[in-house]
Design a protein around this ligand. Structure first.
Ligand SMILES: Cc1cc2nc3c(=O)[nH]c(=O)nc-3n(C[C@H](O)[C@H](O)[C@H](O)COP(=O)(O)O)c2cc1C
Length: 192
């Protein structure tokens, strides 16, 4: 039995059908992950304090990914802040994360980018805070590409929650060690 047809129009038809099937399967898999909650990654964890002697409080909240990349970036960022005199609290985004954020001068929100969007655990956390009362915020997108596409929706969401969108960082896991170094350097330039 011949699998690949001889006629040109049949070849085009087979390719088209294959493309549609691949698109459909990818979309269904992504929707399935979304609906099952696998991509929301609301993980409860302790609050860790870095540089308890620091002179201003920063909070780093991250949504873990399937790999350690978003966590590694968040800790590099937290260490960078600490190296510049901040007292840093770091934890994951969940219902247990502090929603009274009045004591912080800076809040950094880090998340894995899935389907070009802001991590859903971070979105839920912003919703739980509701009003940031003008606190400076930094968004950190951890992506597969150098994907800044989720930053603008994040900025809009934070501004709607009365936060000051201070800065953002988009890093790619394609060169994880360079990204970790960049996150550290970026944070070490943020002055308390
Ligand atoms: C379901 C899924 C969707 C993804 N969508 C995107 C995307 O839209 N843009 C992108 O740059 N990377 C995308 N990625 C790659 C992740 O952003 C990348 O792996 C990043 O490091 C997230 O952290 P993790 O690998 O620990 O989950 C996607 C990964 C998965 C599993």
């Amino acid at each position: 039995m011949r699998v690949w047809p001889q006629k040109r129009w049949k070849q085009v038809l087979v390719v088209l059908v294959l493309v549609v099937v691949v698109l459909f399967v990818s979309f269904a898999a992504f929707a399935g992950l979304l609906m099952s909650g696998t991509l929301s990654r609301e993980v409860v964890s302790e609050i860790e304090i870095i540089n308890s002697e620091g002179n201003k409080n920063a909070l780093v909240v991250y949504q873990p990914g399937f790999s350690s990349f978003p966590k590694d970036i968040s800790y590099a960022f937290a260490d960078g802040l600490a190296s510049n005199g901040w007292r840093v609290e770091i934890t994951t985004a969940s219902t247990q994360t502090p929603s009274d954020v009045s004591k912080y001068k800076l809040i950094a929100l880090a998340y894995p980018v899935y389907g070009g969007t802001v991590g859903t655990a971070i979105v839920s956390y912003i919703d739980r805070i509701g009003n940031f009362n003008g606190i400076n915020t930094v968004g950190i997108a951890c992506a597969g590409e150098d994907s800044g596409e989720s930053i603008e929706p994040l900025m809009e969401k934070l501004q709607n929650a009365n936060a000051t969108f201070y800065d953002s960082l988009a890093v790619s896991n394609q060169n994880a060690s360079a990204a970790i170094e960049l996150a550290h350097q970026f944070a070490s330039n943020l002055t308390p």
